[in-house]
Design a protein around this ligand. Structure first.
Ligand code: CA
Length: 194
C-alpha cells in the first residue's frame, strides 16, 4: 500500500498505557528498535500529546483511568485526526476487537503480548501519515486494492478508473474488506461491522 519509512528515527510513536511496567517495556524496546517514542498515562494526556507531537502511530491501551481507548479514538476521528491506532487490550474478546475497529482503530494486540508481536503489528499498519516531523498530519482517505479505489471522504468507488455505483451497505462492506487486506474475517465480524 504505502511505503515504509527507511528511517525509523523520524517515525514518532506514542505509547498510552497506565501500567508503568508495560509502558516502560514498550517505551524502551521501541526506542531501542529505533523509533522516536513518547508516552502518556491517561486518555486526556494522550489527546494533548497527539495534538502536540503529531505521532505517526499510537499504541493505545483500552483500559485507562479516565477516557478508555475507544473513547480516545472516537474523539480523534471526530476531530478529523486519522492517526493509526493500535489497541492494547487485556481481553481476548471478539466484541472488544470489533468495538476497537469500529471506533476507528487499526488493529489490536491482546495482553499479555510478546514484544515481537507488537513490533510486527506496528510494521504491518499502513503508513498513512506524513513521515517528516514538521509537516501536519494528513489523512489518507483512499483505500486501494488492485484496480479498486475507494475514496472514504467522497464516498466513491472506482474500478480501473470507472465509477462504480454502490449502496451505502455495499460501500461500508467494501471499505471494511479493503481496510483488512489479506485477513480472514468471519461472517460475524463483517455483519457486526457493516
Ligand atoms: Ca490499563
Amino acid at each position: 500500500m504505502t511505503e515504509q519509512p527507511a528511517d525509523r528515527a523520524h517515525y514518532r510513536l506514542l505509547v498510552v498505557e497506565d501500567e508503568p511496567s508495560i509502558r516502560t517495556l514498550l517505551e524502551s524496546t521501541l526506542r531501542l528498535t529505533g523509533y522516536e517514542v513518547s508516552a502518556a498515562e491517561t486518555g486526556q494526556s494522550a489527546l494533548v500529546e497527539i495534538q502536540r507531537r503529531e505521532p505517526h502511530l499510537v499504541l493505545l491501551d483500552v483500559m485507562l483511568p479516565d477516557l478508555d481507548g475507544f473513547e480516545v479514538t472516537q474523539r480523534l476521528r471526530a476531530a478529523g485526526n486519522d492517526v493509526p491506532v493500535l489497541f492494547l487490550t487485556a481481553r481476548i474478546d471478539i466484541d472488544d476487537r470489533i468495538k476497537g475497529l469500529s471506533s476507528g482503530g487499526d488493529d489490536c494486540v491482546t495482553k499479555p503480548f510478546h514484544i515481537d508481536e507488537v513490533l510486527l503489528r506496528i510494521e504491518a499498519i499502513p503508513r498513512r501519515t506524513v513521515v517528516q516531523g514538521s509537516e501536519p498530519l494528513i489523512a489518507e482517505t483512499v483505500l486501494r486494492y488492485a484496480d479498486l479505489e475507494l475514496d472514504e471522504s467522497a464516498h466513491e468507488v472506482h474500478r480501473a478508473g470507472h465509477y462504480v455505483p454502490l449502496s451505502p451497505t455495499e460501500f461500508k462492506l467494501l471499505a471494511y474488506l479493503l481496510a483488512n487486506p489479506g485477513r480472514v474475517l468471519t461472517r460475524a465480524q463483517i455483519l457486526d461491522h457493516v
